[in-house]
Design a protein around this ligand. Structure first.
Ligand SMILES: Nc1ncnc2c1ncn2[C@@H]1O[C@H](COP(=O)(O)OP(=O)(O)OP(=O)(O)O)[C@@H](O)[C@H]1O
Ligand SMILES: [Mg+2]
Length: 240
């Protein structure tokens, strides 16, 4: 379980972005974080992964305080993060990347399974470099596969996994998340604007202007979000 208590983050050269976030991401559940562009979702993912250091508050992974730990230590403890905009690596093949993520050579059949989950045909991609020649949707799917490849993950964070992914592959991705949810050891945090993902969420949190504006079981929160959308007003039917 991941617990955030009054987490704050202010970039060196800007205004405070995260303004006291309280959030719990339970193991065996899918928590979807949504909210307007620029609300602070990616910033939140980055403080959890240790890419940005908090300027206030506490982050706990199970009972371990990871607030002061660096990216590598957090990764070792089981924090896995799939970027909104994945990084490209010249000279590293898809196969290398997945092996690196897994911390050892992945057997051929496991590679096939992983690639199938993200809708990529193994033989076409496995020896390709993770460089600029891959399309936006391809790199995004390989990034997701690399997080799925990690063996020790306790918290998996996916930042807008739907971005750039075609409708057909997206259905497969939903299946992969449904399967991940069944693992009682892993906490799943997905940042998304996609209705289909919100529908399978156990918990939904809406983040806007650096604060959690509303959170609760998906079955309660999703109808409120949909109602707001239909009426053309604020997505949760009241001021953020
Ligand atoms: N390193 C930084 N320096 C200054 N401002 C930043 C930095 N990173 C993020 N911000 C600002 O913080 C705010 C929140 O950004 P963030 O990327 O977290 O939003 P988001 O909720 O993920 O949005 P989106 O839905 O568009 O992905 C934005 O106004 C952004 O410009
Ligand atoms: Mg973002």
């Amino acid at each position: 379980m991941l617990t955030l208590k009054q987490v704050r983050w202010k970039p060196e050269d800007g205004d405070e972005v995260l303004k006291g976030i309280d959030l719990t991401v339970e193991a065996g559940k899918l928590t979807v974080v949504t909210g307007p562009n620029g609300g602070g979702k990616t910033s939140l993912a980055k403080v959890i992964a240790g890419i940005n250091s908090v300027t206030g508050g506490t982050i706990l992974l199970d009972d371990i305080d990871i607030t002061e730990k660096n990216i590598t230590d957090r990764a070792k403890l089981g924090v896995s993060y799939a970027f909104q905009q994945p990084v490209r690596f010249k000279g590293i093949t898809v196969h290398d990347l997945l092996d690196l993520a897994a911390g050892g050579k992945i057997p051929e059949e496991e590679i096939c399974e992983l690639m199938a989950k993200v809708g990529l045909c193994t033989k076409d991609y496995i020896e390709r470099e993770v460089n600029a020649s891959l399309s936006g949707g391809e790199i995004k799917r390989i990034e997701i596969a690399s997080v799925l490849a990690r063996r020790n993950s306790r918290v998996l964070i996916f930042d807008e996994p739907e971005a750039g992914i075609d409708l057909w592959s997206f259905a497969g991705l939903i299946d992969a998340f449904e399967e991940l949810k069944k693992d009682k050891q892993k906490a799943l945090l997905v940042i998304s604007h996609q209705e289909r993902l919100l529908e399978i969420a156990d918990e939904i949190a809406v983040i806007a202007d650096g604060k959690v504006r509303i959170k609760g079981p998906g079955t309660e929160i999703l109808p409120q979000l949909m109602e707001g959308e239909k009426s053309g007003g604020c997505p949760i039917g009241r001021e953020w």
